[in-house]
Design a protein around this ligand. Structure first.
Ligand code: ATP
Length: 142
């Protein structure tokens, strides 16, 4: 019967890795929700192996009674063997976001986007703007 299994059977491990190092490494995760270009992707223990691209977005991780909330600024996620590994250009716990810095980055990105002389410059500014807006929006949820 399902009730006979220890609860750890229904949990998995999650890591978030950035060029700065590992910013998250926890066991006993019951659910992680990621945002991909084709929609939200929920992971629970024993999910089949998967690799997905990630949007500049939020990641919600349910651990016991807690919900850990992180920004993930691009990258991808891989799930196999009950380990979720997120590799992102950068990622921040919602509680660690410096809102003033993100607001300054938003203003700079808007200026760069409107002064852009090439489509590449405009695209880069829009990505920076998306990162800043994601941080600002995520900080409001914490
Ligand atoms: P900025 O122009 O403010 O540096 P950015 O979007 O160019 O913003 P990134 O290159 O994505 O910054 O990140 C560089 C490092 O700074 C990463 O470690 C990232 O987690 C951190 N970081 C960037 N913005 C913030 C913020 N508003 N609050 C906390 N950490 C931040």
């Amino acid at each position: 019967m399902a009730d006979d299994f220890p609860t750890t059977k229904n949990k998995f491990t999650a890591n978030i890795v950035t060029p700065d190092g590992t910013v998250y490494d926890e066991k006993d995760i019951s659910l992680a929700v990621l945002d991909t270009p084709v929609g939200e992707f929920g992971i629970m223990a024993n999910h089949i192996p998967a690799v997905v691209a990630l949007k500049i977005s939020q990641m919600r991780i349910h651990r016991g009674d807690h919900e850990d909330l992180y920004t993930v600024n691009g990258g991808f996620a891989e799930f196999s063997g009950n380990v979720l590994t997120v590799v992102a250009d950068s990622a921040e716990n919602s509680r660690d976001i410096d809102v003033s810095r993100a607001q300054a980055a938003e203003e700079r990105a808007k200026t760069r986007a409107s002064n852009a002389k090439t489509s590449d410059e405009r695209a880069r500014a829009q990505v920076a703007l998306a990162r800043a807006i994601n941080r600002i929006n995520t900080s409001k949820i914490r």
